[in-house]
Design a protein around this ligand. Sequence first.
Ligand code: CTP
Ligand code: CA
Length: 227
Amino acid sequence: DNYFNTSNKLSGKTVLISAGPTQEAMDPVRFISNHSSGKQGYAIAKAAKAMGANVILVSGPVQLEKIEGIQTIDVTSALDMFEAIKQNADKADYIIMAAAVSDYRPENIAEHKIKKSDDTIEMTFVKNPDILAYLGQCKTKKQIICGFAMETQDLDKNAKEKLEKKNCDMLIANNLFVSGAGFQTDTNIVSLLTKDSIEHLPKLSKEELGQKILETMMKIEEGKTKC
Ligand code: CTP
Ligand code: CA
């Protein structure tokens, strides 16, 4: 399928996408985060827009240009992202969690800048809500949900477990240690899992992968309405 005859395939559909990292504050001047660039999530948003969808993009802090003609909701922390996603999930036909959500956040955010004192310091972290697992639990009949998985070992096995545990219809599994894959690159080498299949995709641009993801979601939807 080329770009031109895919346009408008998704007209009338609302696609909710999360992208980028989250930042978890420690004090007014510091945070912990990760290396996510947001490129993959933004590329999916562009592909969805090109296919005629109504796009809602929930974006963590990234250095990327805003995409014209879509709704972008900027968030900082995982808790912010969770709120924005919860508020928009009901409208969504397709949900794609491409964001690299921080698993933990500091238990307390210091009101003032933490002062340097001892040679070592300790900080307690608490678990963030798992947004994708929440969406999987609350999934409506019409919704198709796609998760991502970043692994450094046992990719297929770990990814399959995540797909099942989080009740996703589809999951894109990334191996951080494969070159041309992952956080800061313009290309991705991934495996595409559905409930009953696994496909090892060739190296694709992030936009090509975006289109592939959306087309697979459309196929899953067609399969659903048949039964
Ligand atoms: N995710 C999420 N909320 C979180 C953590 C992850 O929604 N608090 C989503 C990510 O957006 C991604 C998927 O869950 O779509 C998998 O993320 P990943 O970090 O690979 O897996 P985890 O379930 O967090 O497990 P782990 O990091 O221990 O491998
Ligand atoms: Ca994680």
